[in-house]
Ligand binder design. Structure first.
Ligand code: BES
Ligand code: MN
Ligand code: ZN
Length: 498
């Protein structure tokens, strides 16, 4: 990455350096330390606000160059909107807005982490710092000429906070979560000639450096386990399939872990049921679920989460070939259940079937949450704002819903039921891999549910949120890293020893 952002913490009373960033609410009020820093410029801000019709709405910015009355080279006033009820996600956004105003080249910036009613909490200030880094992320590994001066911009940013020591400590943990999001984004953005199953497994294996136990199952090991559903998808590819199991034991010894399962289709051509050429290149991102699981395991291990966690990813490439699986083929999954292949492009559920069963049986987790860029239908239903959530467990679903609201990685619950389930019964096998056009995301989820063996489970269909979503204040990248912050929050809020 060519962008380097360095964030440090100083007391609110420290003298500001470089660009000064302050916050106001929707009645243009600022906090006491901010008022002091602005000094004679308070009136200037009022006039500029009127001139620019700036009303302090959440995330709006008023940019004043060479302001009179303050030392700063530039003054940026960011609206916090209504100060009551702000969520972590709002502070991330504020950081993103500040980062969006960084000019190319080398910059110094001071951000006053204060609202009208006083200093922000350390967590809030740290969320701003995270937002800065998330916004500044750029994937330019394959550009031989980088944007900006001398290969990019560098920023030295001071966050002025109530308790600099506490904020610095909190940022260490939060920084690991940002790293996790960036790892997930990098994986999704990588081209498919570089990131194929074996290479993906190698990258996941780097988690060993953090104390994560990583086990890689090769084709032979998977044959021995009877993973015929996953292996059928990969059999048309010159690149052999892999399954990777990652364990982080930060909790009580012997306590059942929580688990996360990711779809890792490194490229999805559709196979013999080949996709049209238009936008097929996007299918390099069909491993977004697996990327999220690796990013999440990084975040949890690096911040030494006090929980036992297992991540499992099924890695394949779905190609048309003389050896590829055909529509009409019947495969036997690890569970023993047989599957008639109707459409080789409905491959994600086949991969997950064996990995979910493996985790349910071998790991016996408290719950499983799977993430998968599973269906185009979920993009039609929910667009790019929410991931579709399907669950057999109301408590888990409600916790995910709340973690989504707080983190900004939002989920929306969708239905399951026997009427949908029967749509995937097959005349030749125990089930078929598609259920027709109607409710396509739901029948896909029903298929997965046949492989969870009663384990509390939630499925997140992230086809609309993991890649290609519109750019936001905190994400300018094609691969969004969706889900890392959601699930880190889920674990932190409910499954860590205090
Ligand atoms: N990976 C695709 C789903 C997808 C589509 C993800 C668009 C992201 C953007 C998945 O493997 C797929 O091809 N699903 C089919 C299922 C159908 C054949 C039942 C789909 O959604 O069309
Ligand atoms: Mn497909
Ligand atoms: Zn796919």
């Amino acid at each position: 990455m060519s962008d380097a952002i360095k964030v440090g913490f100083v007391p609110l009373s420290a003298a500001a350096r470089g660009i000064l960033v302050v916050f106001c609410d929707d009645s243009l009020q600022v906090g006491p330390a901010t008022a002091k820093a602005l000094g004679g410029a308070v009136e200037l801000v009022k006039r500029a606000a009127t001139a620019a019709a700036f009303k302090g709405k959440s995330g709006a910015a008023l940019d004043i160059l060479a302001p009179e009355g303050v030392k700063a080279t530039r003054l940026l006033v960011i609206g916090a909107g209504k100060a009551a009820g702000l969520k972590a996600n709002d502070f991330l956004k504020f950081g993103g807005v500040a980062a969006s105003k960084l000019p190319a080249g080398t910059t110094t910036m001071t951000i006053m982490a204060e609202l009208p009613d006083g200093a922000m909490t350390s967590e809030q200030a740290v969320a701003i710092a995270s937002g800065l880094r998330l916004r500044a992320y750029k994937f330019d590994r394959y550009k031989t000429k980088k944007d900006g001066e001398e290969g990019g911009s560098r920023a030295d940013i001071s966050l002025a906070v109530g308790d600099a020591g506490a904020a610095k400590k909190a940022f260490t943990a939060a920084g690991h979560v940002v790293d996790g999001v960036i790892i997930a984004r990098d994986l999704v953005n990588e081209p498919p000639n570089v990131l194929f199953p074996e290479e993906f497994a190698r990258r996941a294996s780097q988690l060993r450096k953090l104390g994560v136990k990583v086990e890689v199952l090769d084709v032979k090991a998977m044959q021995k386990l009877g993973m015929g559903a996953l292996l059928g998808v990969g059999q048309g590819s010159a690149r052999p399939s892999r399954t990777v199991i990652m364990r982080w034991d930060g909790g009580k010894k012997g306590e059942a872990p929580v688990s996360f399962v990711g779809k890792g289709v490194c490229f999805d051509t559709g196979g013999i049921s080949i996709k049209p050429a238009g936008s097929m290149e996007d299918m390099k991102g069909d491993m977004g679920g697996a990327a999220c699981v690796v990013g999440l395991m990084h975040a949890l291990a690096a911040r030494k989460a006090k929980a036992n966690v297992v991540g499992a990813i099924g890695l394949v490439e779905n190609m048309p070939d003389g050896n590829a699986q055909r529509p009409g083929d019947i495969v036997t999954s690890m569970s023993g259940q047989t599957i008639e292949i109707i459409n080789t492009d409905a491959e994600g559920r086949l991969v997950l079937a064996d990995v979910l069963w493996y985790v349910a049986k071998k790991v016996k987790p408290k719950f499983m949450v799977d993430l998968a860029t599973l269906t185009g239908a979920i993009v039609v239903a929910l667009g790019t704002e929410h991931a579709g959530m399907f669950s057999n467990n109301d408590e888990l679903a409600e916790r995910l819903l709340a973690a989504g609201m707080e983190s900004g990685d939002k989920v929306w619950r969708m239905p399951l039921g026997p009427e949908y389930d029967k749509l995937i019964d097959s005349q030749f096998a125990d089930m078929k891999n598609t259920g027709g056009r109607h409710g396509g995301s739901i029948t896909a989820a029903q298929f997965l549910q046949r492989f969870v063996d009663g384990t509390p489970w939630a499925h997140l269909d992230i086809a609309g949120t993991a890649m290609g979503a519109p750019k936001t204040d905190i994400n300018q990248s094609w691969g969004s890293g969706y889900g890392v912050r959601l699930l880190d929050r889920l674990v932190a809020d409910h499954y860590e020893r205090k």
